[in-house]
Design a protein around this ligand. Sequence first.
Ligand code: AMP
Length: 460
Amino acid sequence: MCGIIGVSNHKEASKIVFLGLYALQHRGEEAAGIVSFDGKDIHVVKNPGLVDDALDEKAIEELKGKVAIGHCRYSTTGSSNVKNIQPLLVTHRNIPIAVAHNGNLTNTEELYQKLEEEGSIFQTTMDSEIIVHLLAKTQNGDLKEWFINVLSQLKGAFSLVLLVGDTVVGARDPYGFRPLCLGKKDDGYILASESCALDLTQAEFVREIEPGEIIFIKGNKIESCHLPTSAKHKAHCIFELIYFARPDSNIFGENVYYVRKRLGAQLAKEHPVDADFVMAIPDSGNYAALGYAEESKLPFEVGFIRNHYIGRTFIQPSQFLRDFRVKVKLNAISEVLKGKRVIVVEDSIVRGTTSRNRIQELRRAGAKEIHMRISCPPIISPCFYGIDFPSKSELIAANKSVEEIAKFIQVDSLEYLSLEGMLSVVKNSPDFCHACFSGNYPVEIPKNASKYVLEGRILK
Ligand code: AMP
């Protein structure tokens, strides 16, 4: 998963991108980068780490020009190495081209093989680099024809922000898996993964980029066209609403905060239980827990205090680091928990390891009964469209029944929201992809589904 942003026609383009990346930090904590263009020279800064570590204000001063794009990365294709930091930057026929990609292509291997046979030399192990090679090979006609030609060859999930000379280009795959919106700031325009990036830079929300739309922003002029390969229906990722996006964002025509509250309320309707209070596993469970408490008319308490100096625990490439960060992140308040029957709301269970640790902490703090409620259905199938849901073997619900998971996590009861219940809280449920819960994949999945499909083909 990743965060992407682009700014056109603004004298502080790279500063706005820099600030926007802070707002999008939750979408990727492994690396960050910005590319800007001043009409003559291209400027680039990219480094591993959080936005604050990867990019500093002095470096941003050097990123001159009125157009800039940025990216923060969580690897879903390719390993976490320096070569794989985006935006990817090349110069082709004297035009600088930079690409920032969110999502996963599903025809990576086929396109890679074809391009390599035709002479392309790859530098990274990311599916995103394929887009650069296709752009270099297919250039003919005007910008629109060029992009329609290239993007029609891609399958799977892509929200893109590109810089092509002094034009900022935005695009979404025909299913609209990942979000992308357009904002306006002074005379300039902003493209961003989520609307919270617009709020931070005090830009006005204009609209979402439509599934299958390509938008070209040059100066303060916007043109748009659509890919001819239209999808039968949309397939917005429902997990963005459940967990991934920030609650202060509006995506897919929904406010994320209210969707999460409605998920919690629906969960309370489906799985009530008598208890002293409702609490969340912060931060991800907060909003569903509020909805659950409101619906069940039970008090809401804070049983865990979050250490804010530590990021999202799953956004760590190795299990060792994940385990360490899980422990350091939350502390239980025993004065609140001692002798109490508690309902603990969490947004989802993926591997089950975090949840198990959390429940142990609650027991240690003295909770008497623990009833866990999950604001989505069991995750039974991997994601091939950009969420790092690993192979079936790592997904606990693909291998254990709900009762077995309850035993593993050591709770007195465990209940999940139903698929129908989850879909009932969004405005237009047929427009959502729920493959991770149902196994119904809207786009054909790749034969080789490894995150490292291109690894080993490239010299390190
Ligand atoms: P666990 O109990 O170990 O499955 O951890 C569950 C918590 O991690 C929940 O808050 C999940 O929403 C969150 N999470 C979100 N995305 C992922 C992911 N791709 N891999 C693992 N955990 C994730």
